[in-house]
Design a protein around this ligand. Structure first.
Ligand SMILES: *[C@@H]1O[C@H](CO)[C@@H](O)[C@H](O)[C@H]1NC(C)=O
Ligand SMILES: *[C@@H]1O[C@H](CO)[C@@H](O)[C@H](O)[C@H]1NC(C)=O
Length: 148
């Protein structure tokens, strides 16, 4: 009898702990994404001045491809801009942060990976459009993390 009670208690505590962890994760992810938004804003002008055309994920990305889109943005930044110093470095580091990834991971089924388009198969867009889409992806994630 005592054992049963203990087990029930343990399960109860465990589920509480899980909920709390997810809550903390969401808060941290949201904070990180808000930081990304500020850092994006800080590089806005210099980024938009670029005349490069960049492979850019579409505007409305399905849940399971948000992470893959993030990777594509990161890849483009790394290849086409100097992410080794200054404000761009800070932005790039934040985009690589695990909490940024967590904040953009809206996929509930881990098996849906092959359906996301490869980065280099996305049509090229100018730097302004690239910037705007990345910004709205981050904003979308922040508002979803705030709602839940
Ligand atoms: C997802 O990717 C892994 C590794 O690339 C692969 O083995 C697996 O078959 C893929 N899953 C689907 C559903 O395509
Ligand atoms: C960049 O692309 C967008 C969308 O394709 C277009 O509306 C905008 O005029 C372009 N801006 C420049 C500076 O070329």
């Amino acid at each position: 009898m005592k054992l049963v009670v203990f087990c029930l208690f343990a399960v109860y505590c465990c589920s509480l702990a899980n909920t709390a962890t997810r809550e903390v994760d969401r808060t941290l992810a949201r904070k990180k994404l808000q930081e990304v938004l500020k850092q994006l804003n800080a590089v806005k002008l210099s980024l938009q001045q670029s005349e490069k055309m960049l492979n850019t994920p579409p505007k409305n990305i399905e849940d399971c491809c948000c992470l893959s889109a993030l990777k594509c943005y990161r890849f483009n930044l790394e290849v086409h801009f100097n992410v080794r110093e200054g404000k761009q470095r800070q932005l790039f580091r934040s985009l690589n942060n695990p909490f940024t990834e967590r904040g953009l991971n809206f996929c509930n089924s881990p098996n849906v990976n092959s359906t996301c388009q490869d980065c280099d198969s996305h049509p090229r867009q100018n730097a302004t459009e690239f910037y705007n889409r990345l910004e709205s992806l981050i904003q979308m994630a922040i508002s979803r993390l705030t709602m839940i």
